[in-house]
Design a protein around this ligand. Structure first.
Ligand SMILES: Cc1cc2nc3c(=O)[nH]c(=O)nc-3n(C[C@H](O)[C@H](O)[C@H](O)COP(=O)(O)O)c2cc1C
Length: 380
């Protein structure tokens, strides 16, 4: 017998799901296990495929389907933001020698010189090859952070795929509406991972007004029923949640098989999520060259002391990649990037994905079904 409460918005019909909650795309955290778990819990799982090569992506899509018969999507970062004047063949030559020297010294000091991170060729060609797999595997939703390239939406629509595009300001939301994005994620400053300058409460209603009637989903700082109800009050039709699902048993685990995480890193991540308050993170450019919210750590401190300027995307991530991999392999978790949003103060323990979803939906039902009718007085 299904005892799950009913809590639906227009987003549920658009996505074919029970609850208006989307798992945020998280390229280092949301593998097939978490994606399927969110879909099974009634939301829309999103496979964080940023770092997946086409054959890996195909395999992870199929593994997701082994774990759920519910809808899910795929999320990547497409390089709309990469400066056009880079010759990608010679890309490493753009990294200044003083930057390389600093990183090499750190690698020497920590004894992690031989480490090599999984290659991630940030290029339009790579993004196209990922999209091709999404098409072939008939995944119904494709999400993009950091920009949506012009060619994508017509091709996606022809294949019957809905495009979910992230933005951090009104200007970009209007651009996405004109391009024909099906769902716009208004992602506020509070968010973990790459993030913009405008707070969620200010951003969402302004995007809702600017792109009407395109549906808007709110992101950044939503981790329980209160956040979901607030998102709906701001005019969004649902929530895109990342940090809320980080402290779950299903999160991170699949990235171990790619060599991108190990047990020590995952346990350290959980500890940080549980122990941290809302001030534990900071905005930094050291991981990708773009503003990213991550836990403060010693790698940031070391970079700051160096006095070096961060490089534009994709140079900064290429510069850092092998050092970060080495720190992960050696268990130097204070020198390893851990993206997380400002809601970490709400996270008290590692739970199952189902428990997190129950908390979000149960909390929202309580507010709207019990608290408001009891305590609210309105005179028109
Ligand atoms: C660990 C982590 C990894 C992320 N990786 C990606 C990514 O690969 N692609 C993407 O579009 N957004 C990425 N994001 C941003 C999320 O999609 C989302 O917008 C954000 O988590 C929402 O804010 P919240 O963390 O407060 O819920 C990431 C966020 C986190 C916390």
């Amino acid at each position: 017998m299904n005892k799950r409460p009913v809590f639906r918005t227009a987003l549920c019909d658009m996505l074919g799901v029970e609850y208006p909650v989307m798992l945020a795309g998280m390229g280092t955290a949301g593998g097939y296990t978490l994606t399927a778990a969110v879909s099974n819990a009634g939301g829309l799982g999103m496979l964080g495929a940023t770092f997946l090569w086409p054959d890996e992506l195909r395999s992870w899509i199929r593994k997701t389907r082994e774990l759920t018969d519910k809808p899910f999507g795929v999320d990547i970062l497409l390089p709309a933001a990469i400066p056009k004047d880079f010759d990608l063949g010679k890309i490493k030559e753009y990294i200044p020698p003083e930057h390389t020297a600093f990183i090499q010294k750190m690698a020497r000091d920590f004894g992690v010189e031989g480490a090599r991170m999984k290659e991630w060729p940030i290029s339009e060609e790579f993004g196209r090859s990922q999209f091709q797999v999404v098409k072939e595997e008939k995944v119904p939703f494709f999400a993009l952070g950091l920009g949506t390239p012009d060619w994508l939406i017509p091709e996606a629509h022809e294949a019957g795929i809905k495009i979910v595009s992230l933005c951090g300001n009104v200007r970009n939301s209007v651009k996405l509406k004109k391009m024909g994005a099906d769902i716009i994620i208004a992602q506020g400053h509070d968010a973990g991972g790459h993030t913009g300058r405008i707070g969620t409460f200010a951003l969402v209603p302004q995007v809702v007004d600017a792109v009407d009637p395109t549906p808007v989903v709110a992101a950044g700082g939503i981790a329980d029923g209160r956040g979901l109800v607030a998102a709906l009050a701001l005019g969004a039709i649902g929530a895109w949640c990342g940090t809320a699902f980080l402290a779950t048993h299903e999160c991170f685990v699949d990235f171990v098989e790619l060599g991108m995480l190990n047990r020590a890193t995952i346990d350290a991540y959980y500890r940080k999520l549980i122990d941290s308050d809302e001030e534990a993170e900071q905005i930094t450019r050291i991981y990708s060259g773009k503003t990213t919210r991550a836990f403060k750590n010693k790698l940031d401190e070391a970079w700051e002391k160096s006095g070096l300027k961060t490089l534009p995307m994709p140079l900064q991530s290429m510069l850092m990649a092998d050092l970060v991999q080495g720190m992960m392999e050696k268990g130097e978790t204070e020198y390893f990037p851990m993206f997380a949003g400002q809601v970490t103060g709400l996270i008290k323990k590692v739970r199952s994905t189902q428990e997190v979803m129950d908390d979000i939906i149960g909390g929202a039902v309580k507010i709207l079904g019990e608290k408001f009718p009891a305590g609210l007085t309105i005179k028109a």
